[in-house]
Design a protein around this ligand. Structure first.
Ligand code: DX5
Ligand code: ZN
Length: 233
């Protein structure tokens, strides 16, 4: 098992924000200490829900300096990637099931100067990303079935996170390992222990009364158990 990263990245998901006040919600979460803004794009076809597209990403771009982490739950994805890049997405992540040519899609994202990500559904094996690691900047493990916020964390994904940690470490490349779905103060420690370096959280952050406290609660700012013992308490 990997040690906890010193400071995991926290990427609140706008899906759980107040959609009538999105600009303010983005500003508020940045002030509260968020590292990235996670943007869930859904088409009502790849997943059974519809959210928003590049126009909203563009409108929000002027409200924040945070990296915009776009999670595309759309099929096909390729025809819309340039639009998301132009709108101001810094990271563009796709599901392998969304198109027949994952390698080409990642090449396309990188050719636009953006970081390219691969998202693995709960049933998607880690092998789907094994042969494209050289052009992958982020890997996102879904710990819920994509489509909705507020679902329960699927703990069978923990060994998968650990296996991906090993796969990434073997490359020697600095690939961000994200986990998305059901992240709370309770589930975050196991996810970090398994080797994740970025936590995506919707309900746990935007559903909380105090965004800064909710973000801080996801970070392991408590000393590690081993350090506690060594330090004598
Ligand atoms: C689900 C989305 C998630 C969602 C997470 O399809 O990809 O990003 O917003 O929401 P919570 O944190 O509430 O599970
Ligand atoms: Zn997401």
């Amino acid at each position: 098992m990997s040690a906890y990263p010193t400071r995991p990245l926290i990427a609140p998901s706008l899906l759980a924000a107040d959609f009538a006040r999105l600009g303010e919600e983005v500003t508020a979460i940045e002030r509260a200490g968020a590292d990235w803004l996670h943007l869930d794009v859904m088409d009502g076809h790849f997943v059974p829900n519809i959210t928003f597209g590049p126009m909203l990403v563009k409108a929000l771009r002027k409200h924040s300096a945070m990296p915009f982490d776009a999670h595309l739950m759309i099929a096909p994805a390729d025809p819309y990637i340039a639009a998301f890049a132009e709108a101001g997405a810094d990271h563009i992540s796709v599901h392998p099931e969304a198109g027949p040519h994952l390698h080409r899609t990642l090449q396309l994202i990188r050719s636009l100067g953006k970081k390219a990500g691969v998202v693995l559904n709960p049933a998607t094996p880690i092998e789907s990303v094994a042969h494209v690691l050289d052009i992958t900047d982020l890997i996102m493990v879904m710990t819920v079935n994509p489509g909705f916020g507020g679902q329960a964390f699927i703990s069978s994904q923990l060994p998968k996170i650990a296996a991906l940690r090993q796969m990434i470490d073997a490359t020697g490349r600095d690939i961000v390992l994200q986990v998305d779905g059901g992240i709370t103060e309770k589930t975050a420690p196991a996810v970090l222990e398994a080797g994740a370096t970025c936590l995506i959280a919707g309900t746990a952050v935007y559903g909380a009364p105090d965004y800064a406290a909710a973000i801080a609660a996801l970070r392991p700012n408590r000393p590690h158990a081993a350090e506690l013992t060594a330090g004598g308490g």
